[in-house]
Design a protein around this ligand. Structure first.
Ligand SMILES: [Zn+2]
Length: 589
């Protein structure tokens, strides 16, 4: 248990607005701030930061909580790790007795295993019997320095060499499975996941080996095999080589398609290059890049698939607010081949001359159309309007409209009017979609408190009381004397009431943060929702009494069941059966 004093100091040195502003752009709105939610995709901000309660809440996806809950979510950390993270950020020493929990011990163990495995692969590459692997790397033009820099290794061609090595170091089979360096076979035994592959360790910004990518040299099997997600690794929120790219301190990142491209570009002298980890670019990765760069140059393969992926990436990067450029390679299928053929200097020229995303998309509009015919020209202009409507800067839009219109010899006014009409239409559709999402969130089943739908009135009264205590902790004795926790109807609210009462009783500085150790991030979101929804209505003592009476009256309702007619009684029983069935279903979902 962390002391109140420590938590108070931690929060004073990590104000929620200052911490959040290093992840998102905050805009002031009255006393509060709003921002685009970093936890779901949206174009109009539904995430609010409340400086008075030092908390945030997203009306779009329900994420919420205090600064610790924010860090837990965005950095994907356990409670105690998030506290450590914030303590480090502010330079506050962690209390001696802040013991790691089991999960974070497992994470530490996995990182040790990964480091040990990376060393094992590296040593296996350099030992004599691996001519094949070394020859392959030499044929790809990798220098010994690059191999060392990236810690590239080789997984031997048998089923248990890594397993035997790690077991001999004292790790258990369970731990090897958790780290996903081994996998379980049909006969129940475990074996090495990577065999006869060139191994690329994936390293995070703190220098930890968090996963591996393995490339086949020859023979059968998938060309690339990547570690599955583990407690220390989420594919969708990491990037290969970001540890080097971050150090480059460039405002610009190069996004390549795979490990070999990244290594080759890096070896040619460009440290600021990254790649996704065997999957298409995700919005989380785009937001990650936005933290380190204002501009991304996409350097994907020049084939059809690469161009398709480029188109997709432009959209995702655009949504993250990143200025995007696209490299135009001629005479090579990928950056690796280009650099080998023409050298680093010409690659640099290529980077400098990379075109904007809009030019790339406009160019694509011509595909498959004969622009010389009337119908072809109309189709082309229609497609162009779709692209032009994506441009957020009015000046830039004007420039492109003028360019296209003079090229095609058409009236600027028409294209401009069409583009503006489309922009208006899109904004309306988006607004509608986002409102519907918020509305349906309020209507649909509540995953955190599934009983709330069944006991609407009671759960509302419970929420009211929780908020009342939150803002009036001095009223605890009064409320408790009238309403013991067992009178609460829904079990989630009951737990919140119990924990809240406990913390208020035992703490001299009570805040939302005190609840972090008891609830997970989704539950913290739910608690924030209760507080946010009640924060501006200042519940009076009279209202609190009403809520108490609703809950005290709940049992009486049940006792009154004997007065029901037989028919009503059967209906009620069926209702209860149905809702219990439904609740069970949700619980095991
Ligand atoms: Zn959200």
């Amino acid at each position: 248990m962390l002391s109140d004093d420590f938590l108070y100091q931690l929060k004073q040195s990590n104000r929620i607005d200052s911490v959040m502003s290093s992840y998102v752009n905050l805009h002031r709105r009255g006393r509060n701030y709003v921002c685009l939610c970093p936890f779901h995709s949206e174009k109009t901000p539904s995430c609010t930061v409340y400086t008075d309660t030092d908390s945030f809440y997203c009306f779009g996806c329900g994420a919420g909580g205090d600064v610790i809950a924010f860090i837990r979510r965005i950095e994907n950390l356990e409670y105690i790790e998030a506290v450590k993270f914030l303590a480090e950020r502010a330079g506050i020493p962690m209390p001696e007795d802040a013991k790691d929990n089991e999960y974070s011990r497992l994470k530490t163990k996995i990182l040790e295993i990964n480091r040990s495995a990376a060393r094992f692969f590296y040593n296996s590459l350099l030992s004599k019997n691996n001519e094949k692997a070394l020859r392959y790397l030499a044929s790809r033009g990798l220098s010994p320095n690059t191999i060392k820099k990236y810690g590239i290794g080789y997984a031997p061609n048998n089923w248990d060499s890594l397993k035997t090595h790690l077991l001999s170091q004292g790790y258990s089979e369970e731990e090897l499975l958790a780290a996903a360096v081994c996998t379980r076979g049909r006969n129940g035994g475990i074996y090495d996941l990577f065999r006869d592959r060139i191994m690329f360790p994936i390293i995070d910004l703190r220098g930890n080996v968090i996963a591996f990518g393995g490339r086949i040299i020859d023979g059968s099997g998938p060309k690339y095999l990547n570690s599955p997600d583990t407690p220390v690794f989420k594919k969708s929120r990491n990037l290969f080589s970001l540890n080097f790219a971050k150090g480059a301190k460039s405002e610009r990142l190069i996004l390549a398609e795979g490990y070999m491209d990244v290594i080759s570009i890096n070896q040619a002298g460009f440290e600021n290059v990254v790649a996704t980890l065997g999957t298409a670019l995700t919005s989380e990765q785009a937001r990650l890049m936005a933290q380190y760069a204002k501009e991304v140059i996409i350097a994907y393969d020049s084939d059809g698939a690469g161009q398709q992926a480029t188109h997709r990436a432009i959209n995702i990067l655009g949504q993250a607010g990143i200025n995007t450029k696209i490299i135009k390679m001629e005479g090579a299928k990928d950056p690796d081949e280009y650099i080998k053929k023409y050298g680093a200097i010409r690659f640099k020229v290529l980077l400098e001359n990379s075109g904007g995303a809009i030019a790339f998309e406009l160019e694509k509009c011509r595909a498959g159309i004969d622009i010389e015919t009337e119908t072809g020209k109309v189709e082309y202009l229609k497609r162009c309007v779709q692209v032009l409507a994506d441009i957020s800067s009015p000046i830039e839009r004007e420039v492109y409209i003028s360019k296209i219109c003079s090229e095609q010899n058409v009236s600027k006014e028409i294209i401009k009017a069409q583009t503006e009409a489309l922009i208006k239409k899109r904004i309306n559709t988006e607004k509608k979609l986002e409102t519907t999402a918020i509305f349906s969130r309020a209507q649909t089943q509540d995953k955190i408190n599934p009983e709330a739908m069944k006991f609407l009135k009671e759960s509302k009264a419970e929420a009211g009381l929780i908020a009342y205590l939150f803002f009036n902790p001095d009223k605890l004795d009064y409320v408790l004397s009238k309403l013991p926790p067992e009178k609460f109807v829904t079990s989630f609210n009951k737990k919140v009431y119990e924990k809240l009462a406990n913390i208020i009783k035992n703490s001299h500085d009570f805040s939302l943060s005190s609840l972090n150790s008891e609830f997970d991030v989704d539950e913290m979101g739910k608690i924030s929702e209760i507080i946010v929804k009640n924060k501006d209505i200042a519940i009076s003592e009279k209202e609190a009494d009403d809520y108490i009476n609703v809950l005290l009256g709940h049992k009486n309702n049940n006792a009154a069941n004997s007065d029901l007619s037989d028919e009503d009684f059967i209906n009620l029983v069926n209702e209860i059966k149905k809702s219990q069935h439904k609740m069970k279903g949700d619980f095991y979902e």
